[in-house]
Design a protein around this ligand. Structure first.
Ligand SMILES: [Mg+2]
Length: 128
């Protein structure tokens, strides 16, 4: 499967890092779009389709929670799987993000295998 990925994080260094980890994980990535907050992600998603979104929570302008709400309320985008990647390691936060529709939750810092596993699980749910 050739994957189109979007990485949403306000840290350019973190976006590059996540992108590199994904490349190294052996997944077949054909495109990788970056967005620095939820609003930018929504704007881009309305123009170009991706297979999966990896999103931070704490970001200016629009955070990851609001991004999940906006996606859930958008008929065109509600089926796009989102895996949250956050430094927030609390169970309550993880539970809330999953309730808002996230398909996975990865805590920073993460091992490459963890990220790959979460991506595959999230994609498995939507791509059979
Ligand atoms: Mg952040």
């Amino acid at each position: 499967m050739s994957l189109r990925i979007m990485i949403v994080d306000d840290s350019p260094a973190m976006r590059s890092f996540i992108g590199r980890i994904i490349q190294l994980s052996g997944l077949d990535v054909v495109s990788c779009v970056h967005a620095s907050n939820g609003m930018e992600a929504l704007t881009l998603l309305r123009k170009q389709r991706v297979d999966i979104v990896l999103s931070d929570i704490n970001m200016p302008i629009m955070d990851g929670e609001q991004l999940l709400r906006e996606l859930a309320n958008d008929a065109e985008l509600t089926s796009v799987p989102v895996v949250v990647v956050s430094t927030d390691s609390t169970d309550s936060r993880r539970t809330r993000m999953l309730e808002l529709g996230a398909k996975g939750y990865v805590r920073k810092p993460f091992a490459p295998e963890t990220l790959r596993y979460e991506l595959e699980m999230a994609l498995g749910e939507t791509h059979g």
